[in-house]
Design a protein around this ligand. Sequence first.
Ligand code: ATP
Ligand code: MG
Ligand code: MG
Length: 592
Amino acid sequence: EVVKPTNFLRQIIEADLEKGTYAQRHWGGTPGDAQHHQQGQVDEAKIRTRFPPEPNGYLHVGHAKSICLNFGLARDFGGVCHLRFDDTNPEKEDQEYVDSIKDAVQWLGFDWKDPQGNNNLYFASNYFDFMYRCAVYLIEQGLAYVDEQSAEDMKANRGDFTRPGVNSPFRDRSVSENLARFADMKAGKLADGAAVLRAKIDMAAPNINLRDPAIYRVRHAEHHNTGNQWCIYPMYTFAHPIEDAYEHITHSICTLEFEDQRPFYDWLLDHLRAGGLIDAPQPRQYEFARLNLTYVVTSKRKLKHLVDSGTLTGWDDPRMPTIVGLRRRGYTPASIRNFCERIGVTKDYSWIDYATLDGCLREDLENQAHRAMVVLDPVKLELTNWAEVFGSADHLEQCQLPALPHHGDEPATAPNRHFTLGREVWIEREDFAEVPPKGYKRLFPGNKVRLKGGYVIECTGAEKDADGNVTKVLATVVPDTKSGTPGADSVKVKAAITWVGVQDGLQAEVRLYDRLFTDAQPDAGGKDYLALLNPDSLKVVTAYVEPSLKAAQPDDKFQFERFGYFVADRKDHSAAHPVFNKITGLKDSWGK
Ligand code: ATP
Ligand code: MG
Ligand code: MG
């Protein structure tokens, strides 16, 4: 029996559906979502969730968790998940990021179009007019005021955990004065930082977020969507609940850092609902523990530094924990979705082992990635009796192996791979030892092994250069022992080694990636993550690969026998210059 991973949000949603909390909702009793729905129209979604990135960078594996969670809950409960760009901050936002985020969500296998065909792609900046109206409403109700204290005074007067705040001298302005000053802010009559609109709640509240939080600020900056139309912008804590309410979000799921913001979230929506500005029932915020993954950093600032400093090659460097990086490294959408499912959703702070993600990748590729033989550290092996046994030094033996392992009597699910064995083959340098260490079963003088899918051979020695380095391994082929022929088992061997024919092998660039950091928690507890970079996170080798890989297309994944899972690089691979990235090994060997 499959044990469902913990996800406390499922219980909450199940209970809401049972109680009918979100049944019988109608769009736009008030402005509602006038963009997409008719006034009075029934909201057909059982629940609504949203993934609300700020388009100021590339998404990373932590965002993947949020995407899988929000889109996954909507899918499982007959709901709808919105992709909403939280683009209320004029700076740092860019179309490049909007495009990359849409791409990431789709690549992970999710869609913001709902079964009714509605395109649930939203931009918070489209609600600026409505947000402004909400702010004016608060002023009219005596629930907001324009504060013109200096930034320093405002900070000092906020108090802290040990002492209450002090009321601003501007706190008791009249409604009409506040309306006039807010209009001045909007009209551009005030400089950046000269004034903020604040909610009027309680300067002595134990929760500092309720000590008259700022809800609008002056910022003379061009916005990527609204251009120069606005010079005041809503603060995140004010904008986000309104965005949720406007879109009829039912369960607004965020990370635990926002727990302290929930009282303001509710305060604001309670008032706006009382004023008829938003539809009932209003959204509720729920918090879960963010994903912390070992051996990576997920702070946008730190990732950006790795890119800008040239430490990595870009946002899609295969060592980046970004979605574009994971994709280029070869992680599949299914492996990432399974990973997010498996780690569950809790409120407990914890670190997830990177090996969990690799395990999900192996599980996904095990039965679908075609096998191939490659030699990563090549040395030539010559079969010195080849001409004698086969009548010609140029003779080639046709060999084959299944592309996928057969399970019992099941028919093959993929055609066999074909390759040829000739007088010379590439083998791994480590598969020969002049003096074998204890227990060594591969090539040493006098020992027999099988060339996988080919013949049994017997090692006779090696040629060396002046420095004593092996330049060629020598062996003889044992006749009538070819794999798949009746004589195959006539000679027993203890090992089969991987190889690639010199005659039909292809040269390829293979990028051997390893963990980016040497420390499991590279930026925890004030550690200097830059000092913990793994100097061996990338090793590039020139390898020989079997001829079946000639057909590899960018993004195709393979299991290179004995080495692990590899992908044809989506950017650099071509038939003329094959490039393969190592995704992960065959089993978890990190630190062993
Ligand atoms: P910023 O550094 O700009 O605050 P952010 O990482 O918070 O960036 P957003 O674009 O605001 O990025 O995030 C979009 C959503 O992804 C948010 O709902 C956020 O809670 C969620 N998210 C971000 N990081 C993680 C994480 N590590 N685990 C789970 N969810 C995350
Ligand atoms: Mg954020
Ligand atoms: Mg953040």
